[in-house]
Design a binder for this molecule. Sequence first.
Ligand code: CTP
Ligand code: CA
Length: 228
Amino acid sequence: RILTGRAADLAGRRLVISAGGTREAIDPVRFIGNRSSGLQGYALARTALARGAEVTLVAANVALPDPAGARMVRVESALELRAAVLDAVEGADAVVMAAAVADFRPSAQSGSKIKKTSAEPDSIHLVKNPDVLAELGERRREGLKPYPQVIVGFAAETDDVLANGRAKLARKGCDLLVVNQVGENLAFGTPDNAAVVLVADGDQVDIPRGPKEALADVVWDLVAARLL
Ligand code: CTP
Ligand code: CA
């Protein structure tokens, strides 16, 4: 495969992408999950590979074909995803956290299937999961190696999209935050996406509704511009 021009602008770059949605086990057969299909993360992986990058794809519960040439790491839970991402960012140039990571997990997992009885069920007690994106931003701020040069987050918002997005970008300490508006048949499970990319310096890039590959290419343009 011969790559020319912009097509090869990520040659030699090592990129880490997380995709899909984590599952937090309740018992051996049940979990708390979310609606992320992995389509946007996989589109990011395919476009990065097409532009010459070396890609590690940390996939959480995704039922899609492996992008040709990606190093695949499969995970299930947020804790597994954290370990896989922290391992993969060693020596990486950029990380894009497209995965929907569960904010909470059951504080205890039953080792055996929870049975239905005549009594009302117990409540499920939850505890916080680590915030992987915020942790990466913090490592970089503190100069705690290894950390990637460029850090990108995703956010799905339903209300006050831009204000919530700006606050989130600052809180997470990332360079770019891709904010999706959820609803209107957008985002989850659909081939199309529309987003606004918030840049840490205050800039904003609107990406009109279109294929997830098109959004991915804009994200890589912005990442490539920030790589030394
Ligand atoms: N993220 C993460 N670890 C978590 C939760 C989220 O790394 N435990 C990452 C996601 O991969 C995404 C970004 O943080 O790139 C934003 O996720 P989001 O759920 O929108 O942000 P939260 O800070 O969890 O805020 P909230 O769910 O309350 O809106
Ligand atoms: Ca969240």
